[in-house]
Design a protein around this ligand. Structure first.
Ligand code: NAD
Length: 509
């Protein structure tokens, strides 16, 4: 990568501080290097937090909370609106950094910054719509209503695959709700986090927002563990693997804190005999190889009606022959690298498991070598014919590995679709109303996201995003997801002269 101007524009140095309370940065001692999976080169280094730095960040956030919550919500929303403008200004450079540091295509990197902008706009509008309900009291001369108050510090722990968007989904909503946020990004994509914090920090400073409203704290998994145990953080919103979510749930649950968990998926598309096969093909291929299979909503399983199974398999095979794998910053490339060599090893282990369990390879996998693939992180997307109950099919392998399987009746297909422990995203491709409505009914998909004539991958910020079962149960982004960032209070007011008790209870003395 010769052209590194985008790093300068984003204010990134060779060695960057990685702990900030807003616009101020704390100079720490230990460091983590950021290596690009695109070309294997070091992009820069980020200094990570010590336990003392952590204490200092949490203390500053605690002090900032009473100030920030006092600011009227629409005023907070206006500051978030300015953040949207700041991210618009840096869209090209930040999108390029995301692509170079994480390995997704430039188009997806730019799309991720657009998500940051969109959620800022959403949160800004939301700042005037934080509504509670009013209820009729059963007692005379009484009024009853509910209101939502901010929680305090929201700990935001994010995964490597959406290094900016998931921070924004959480932080922008938390901030308009009157909370303060402390972000611990994945240690695999720290430069993107530093760049986001710099953009946001400048807006906060311009608005004289106290330090501690929006903090960044870089470190490895242990830092996330410290946050999960910290009683001063009433809500931990954690995005990542199911294994991580289980640990966070235990640690936060033990102190009776709140969690918002966005975890792994094992997403399927059902392709019925009434499907538009062109839509089915596009949905399947984009869903399986987009972001090199490293989206939580990646299509991992295709459940195909037996009458079209062979025909569709040939279509998939032909489509996969045309997939261009290489530097994701170049135009026309469909698939970039995996995040690092340990991800490549997981992918190779999964291929071995497939073979051991008797799967048939429709498209063979493997690691790419030679010019352009020097980082060792580029792999071939592959398609494997399996039985639904193979142990490997139950697991999320975070790579472009697509399982295909046959079904005869829709009830059987829905059973296969729901028969895994995860429940994030699902889709059905069918032009038959009876089929699609059954899929969306209570007897249909058990996932948090269920689509018709759309694949599993990607989502709009206006809807509540999240999954059931091992996918965590949390909801983020649009709809009424903001409620997770607030505490609900029911208020009853007596404006009469007596004190009638509820349920007509008499208590005379
Ligand atoms: P990961 O679980 O390894 O790490 C995610 C984050 O959790 C990182 O910041 C990490 O440092 C932190 N962490 C790890 N162990 C922890 C612990 N014990 N306590 C506290 N924090 C801890 O995940 P990853 O490899 O970065 O991301 C890939 C995974 O994330 C996939 O499973 C994917 O499906 C999932 N994901 C889910 C969503 C969603 O919205 N459902 C979105 C993106 C990614």
């Amino acid at each position: 990568m010769n052209n590194i101007d985008f790093l300068k524009v984003l204010g990134l140095e060779d060695l960057n501080p990685g702990v900030s309370t807003g616009n101020d940065w704390i100079l720490t001692a230990n460091e983590i290097e950021s290596i690009s999976p695109v070309d294997g080169k070091r992009i820069g280094t980020v200094r990570i937090a010590s336990p003392e730095d952590y204490e200092s960040v949490i203390k500053t956030a605690e002090e900032a909370f009473p100030e920030w919550r006092k600011l009227p919500a629409p005023k907070r929303g206006d500051i978030i609106r300015q953040m949207a403008d700041a991210f618009r200004k840096y869209k090209q450079e930040l999108g390029t950094l995301i692509s170079y540091e994480m390995g997704k295509s430039l188009q997806e990197g730019l799309g991720e910054v657009q998500e940051v902008i969109d959620v800022c706009d959403f949160a800004s509008g939301l700042s005037r719509q934080i509504y509670g309900l009013t209820m009729h009291s059963e007692r005379p001369d009484h009024r009853m209503y509910e209101q939502y108050h901010p929680l305090g510090i929201v700990g935001v722990i994010t995964a490597f695959n959406f290094p900016a968007a998931v921070w924004a989904w959480n932080t922008m909503l938390a901030l308009v709700c009157g909370d303060v946020a402390v972000w611990k990004p994945s240690h695999k994509v720290l430069l993107t986090a530093v760049a986001c914090q710099k953009i946001a920090g400048r807006v906060l400073k311009e608005n004289n927002v106290p330090e501690g409203v929006c903090s960044l704290i870089c470190g490895a998994n242990e830092l996330g563990e410290t946050m999960a145990k910290d009683k001063r953080i009433p809500l931990i919103s954690a995005t990542g693997s199911t294994a991580m979510g289980r640990k966070v749930a235990v640690a936060v649950g033990e102190r009776l804190g709140k969690t918002l968990l966005e975890l792994g998926g094992n997403n399927a598309i059902i392709i019925t005999e009434n499907a538009d096969l062109t839509i089915a093909l596009h949905a399947s291929v984009f869903g399986a190889i987009g972001t090199a299979g490293q989206r939580c909503t990646t299509t991992r399983r295709l459940i195909i009606h037996s009458s079209i199974f062979e025909e569709f398999k040939i279509k998939l095979l032909n489509a996969y022959k045309q997939v261009k794998i290489g530097n994701p910053l170049l135009e026309g490339i469909h698939m970039g690298p995996l995040i690092d060599q340990s991800a490549v090893q997981h992918y190779l282990n999964a291929l071995d498991d497939c073979k051991e369990q008797g799967a048939q390879f429709t498209v063979e996998g493997g690691v790419l070598e030679g010019t352009g693939y020097e980082s060792g992180c580029y792999v071939k997307p592959c398609i494997v014919e399996v039985k639904p109950d193979f142990p490997i099919v139950q697991k999320e392998t975070f790579a472009p590995l697509l399982y295909i399987m046959e079904y005869d009746t829709l009830a059987e297909a829905i059973g296969i679709q729901n028969g895994v422990s995860q429940g994030l995203s699902s889709g059905i491709i069918s032009l038959n109303l009876r089929e699609t409505e059954l899929f969306l009914s209570s007897a249909g998909s058990d996932c948090g996201i269920a689509n018709v004539n759309i694949g599993t991958s990607g989502a709009e910020i206006g809807g509540a995003f999240g999954g059931e079962k091992d996918s965590g149960g949390g909801r983020e982004s649009g709809s009424d997801s903001w409620k997770a960032y607030m505490r609900r209070q029911t208020n009853t007011i007596n404006y009469g002269t007596g004190l009638p008790l509820a349920q007509g209870i008499k208590f005379d003395f």
